[in-house]
Design a protein around this ligand. Structure first.
Ligand SMILES: *Cc1c(COP(=O)(O)O)cnc(C)c1O
Length: 403
């Protein structure tokens, strides 16, 4: 029997490691794009658990998949394979450039696998000298020591002792800065096809195609980190599909599980073969529960209706945010793509994004920030239009309370 005591926000400070600063309320249940806290106050969810809850909360297809698999088998490890993992891998292969899939449990792990695979590929095919990894300033790739060092904010990787080596950073949307670093020693270039955490920054057409061309010229692998942009977020199943550029390795997580932890690394047979038996692994990777839920996510998102719906809903957001801006003049730009939208605070409100997030919570709408001066929206890909309208009305009230 579990002991009962009151579970309140204050308990966090007593018993949790202090690496997060969660908001004052504790949500306890959700349905679609609405969430309720311990006091039964309702929130419209424009945050989506940071672009994770791709189909909102408790979507019936996902609940059904979880319950069905939950009564069959939960876990096997990789000593055996399992049906949900094989089904999911087949569907990912059939719907992307990839021919092979590796499963893990998070975005960082999928990037860790991609980087280790790239290093193995380079060692096997070209020799030990080809080990340089280039990524981009303001980029984000996760919090393992390798991925956080590849990420473009030294502040996140400083203070943990000697870092993994031979990692350099170019400037996003600046092809010359990549040209200055890349050479035949470059093993891989890792890039987000739209920088998420770094401020909702889209690549220019010239830049992203130029990155591919430079990788080809120097026999370097191009790794797309689609942890945030993948699984419909930008309006295509994966962002690369709309860019005219195909990566050699693609990583996926966040929305892929719709709230159940899963990560995947996708690549070609030719590259995958360098991750030989025993070179890499994960106890939980390809877990049947995660893969069963993820298959339901993929089946639901990868349809013409849902993908077209994302683009239509994005227009409602942009129009709504522009209308708010016309009244209050607080944004310098509304940017992003699909349902990953950034509202950039203008010079009068620099550094205030967190204050707007808190005011929005008070009014009953959950939003995100991306840095100190950008308010980020990453809602369910199937959020009802009326929830967008209601949530934006609440967001407007929050703004009115601050300006
Ligand atoms: C969130 C994120 C990650 C890290 O994912 P985790 O599941 O937190 O490890 C990596 N890359 C990008 C682009 C992300 O947005």
């Amino acid at each position: 029997m579990s002991e009962h005591f009151s579970v309140e926000r204050g308990l966090f400070d007593d018993v949790m490691v202090p690496n997060y600063a969660p908001s004052a309320v504790i949500p306890v249940r959700g349905q679609g794009s609405r969430v309720w806290d311990q006091q039964d106050k309702e929130y419209i969810d424009f945050a989506g658990g940071i672009a994770v809850s791709a189909l909102g909360h408790c979507h019936p297809a996902l609940v059904g998949a979880l319950k069905e698999q939950g009564e069959k088998i939960w876990h096997l490890s990789n000593v055996q394979t399992n049906e949900p993992a094989l089904r999911l891998a087949k569907k990912l292969v059939d719907s992307t450039f990839a021919e092979k899939v590796y499963f893990c449990n998070s975005g960082a792990e999928s990037n860790e696998a991609a980087l280790k695979l790239a290093r193995r590929w380079a060692l096997d095919v070209h020799g030990a000298d080809k080990s340089q990894i280039i990524a981009f300033k303001q980029g984000f790739h996760g919090r393992t020591f390798f991925t956080v060092t590849v990420g473009g904010q030294a502040a996140y990787s400083d203070g943990f002792g000697p870092k993994p080596g031979d990692i350099d950073h170019a400037e996003y949307n600046n092809l010359d800065s990549l040209k200055a670093l890349i050479s035949d020693r470059t093993c891989a270039v890792m890039i987000e096809p739209l920088q998420g955490e770094g401020g909702i920054v889209s690549p220019t057409d010239e830049f992203i195609k130029g990155v591919r061309a430079l990788c080809d010229q120097h026999n370097a692998l191009l790794i797309f980190d689609e942890v945030q942009t993948g699984v419909g977020r930008l309006g295509e199943l994966y962002a690369y599909m709309d860019l005219g550029v195909t990566p050699d390795i693609l990583t996926s997580a966040k929305g892929l599980g719709g709230g159940f932890p899963i990560g995947a690394m996708l690549t070609t047979t030719e590259i995958a073969k360098h991750l030989k038996i025993g070179t890499h692994g994960s106890t939980y990777g390809g877990n049947p529960l995660a893969c069963a839920v993820s298959e339901a996510v993929l089946d639901t998102v990868n349809t013409t209706e849902v993908l077209a719906g994302i683009k239509a809903k994005a227009k409602i957001y942009v129009a709504g945010l522009n209308a708010i801006n016309a009244k209050y003049n607080i944004f310098s730009e509304i940017r992003g793509k699909g349902l990953l939208i950034g509202a950039v605070l203008n010079e009068n409100y620099q550094g205030k994004a967190k204050a707007f997030l808190n005011a929005a919570m008070d009014e009953g709408v959950m939003v995100l920030v991306a840095g100190a001066s950008i308010i980020r929206f990453a809602p369910s890909l199937v959020i009802p239009d009326e929830d967008i309208t209601l949530g934006l009305a609440r967001f407007e009230k929050a703004i009115a309370s601050l300006v």
